[in-house]
Design a binder for this molecule. Structure first.
Ligand SMILES: [Zn+2]
Length: 353
């Protein structure tokens, strides 16, 4: 996709060695990836399971805020009205931004925090088969492990590895965030939808620690009523649990772990990441970063690569077969969000240039 994008007209490009060249997977390495372990409250300390507060599926540390934050939809144009403008640009600093319109000096784009700003140039992204979403980022660091590792950093590393594996198989991939900055969930979903992706996978690590289990306690959240989302989630769950079971770890999990729909009391998908996108989505809580035993594992290269290989294999099976996956839990989990994590309040945009 990136090679193809380079053929397209109408934009000034940064040079091949500039930061914007391949930022979706590798370009963000110089940016601090949320490794700040100074830690305010964490999911583990607050007792709030990852992905539950805020109704955004992106985890939470704060229980404050409105009970059901419903973010306004970003003011995105339909693809046809963009004419020959790309639906998404990668800014010179490697930030993915949906295009709102052309303007005399370049483009009006939507920042990660949802602001409309002008951008003179960027690398066009015309389409993506797969959009990977590293959960959290910026001041929303997600769960924090006993060793101080932040979920935001781990999620980004696993997403980059997964993306590299898929690209090696010829699959066009982008990441919703390329570095350690915040994106409200609604805008993550907008990127997948604007790119008309076939699969959207949000990568997370769970908290607080659950009860001891024999097998990995991985959970995958899917969209109620979407057969494609369910199949994507089933294939991810099957691959991830098989891969992680190879590690000798004191696992933890909840009794209803598996492929879940999580609904609020109105019967809607409780998490924004399953509620907002029309793209088939699955949110994978790969392992429990709040469990000391699992946290040690999560810190290893072997784990991160194994998780990425499992995710990539599952996504390829989703794209190339009709296989159903496994691990489906019949009864929805009921959850009513109580936080504001994943929204736009207090969001600070990263520099685009
Ligand atoms: Zn999370």
């Amino acid at each position: 996709m990136l090679r193809r994008a380079a053929l397209l007209v109408g934009l000034l490009f940064v040079s091949a060695c500039a930061v914007g060249e391949r930022p979706t997977l590798e370009g963000a390495g110089s940016v601090a990836d949320g490794a700040d372990a100074s830690g305010d409250d964490t999911e583990g300390l607050s007792g709030t399971p990852d992905g539950e507060a805020g109704g955004d599926g992106s985890g939470s540390e704060t229980a404050a805020g409105p009970a059901t934050t419903e973010e306004a939809a970003p003011p995105l144009p339909d693809r046809q009205s963009l004419g020959n403008a790309p639906p998404v640009l990668i800014s010179p600093t490697g930030v993915l931004v949906p295009v709102l319109a052309r303007n005399p000096t370049g483009y009006e784009v939507l920042t990660p925090c949802g602001n409309a700003v002008d951008l003179t140039y960027g690398q066009p992204v015309w389409e993506a088969t797969v959009v990977l979403d590293p959960g959290h980022g910026g001041d929303e660091r997600g769960a924090i492990g006993p060793d101080g590792a932040t979920e935001a950093e781990v999620n980004l590393d696993v997403a980059r590895r997964t993306g590299a594996l898929l690209e090696a198989q010829g699959v066009a991939v982008v990441l919703t965030r390329s570095a350690d900055y915040r994106i409200p969930v609604r805008n993550r979903a907008a990127i997948a939808d604007q790119l008309q992706a076939k699969a959207f996978v949000s990568i997370h690590h769970n908290a607080p620690a659950a009860q001891p289990t024999e097998e990995p306690g991985s959970e995958v959240y899917v969209q109620s009523g979407s057969a494609d989302s369910r199949r994507l989630g089933g294939l991810i769950y099957e691959a991830v649990t098989q891969a992680l079971a190879e590690f000798d770890v004191a696992w933890t999990g909840r009794p209803d772990a598996g492929v879940l729909t999580v609904l609020n009391s109105e019967g809607k998908n409780a998490y924004g990441i399953t509620r907002y996108p029309t793209t088939p989505v699955a949110l994978a809580e790969l392992a429990y970063i709040a469990n000391p035993s699992e946290a040690v594992l999560i810190g290893t290269d072997e784990y991160r690569q194994a998780a990425a290989e499992a995710l990539a294999a599952a996504i390829l099976r989703y794209l190339n077969t009709d296989e159903p996956g496994d691990g489906f839990v019949d009864n929805p989990r009921l959850f009513n969000p109580s936080g504001d994590t994943g929204g736009t309040t207090g969001c600070v945009d990263p520099p685009l240039t």
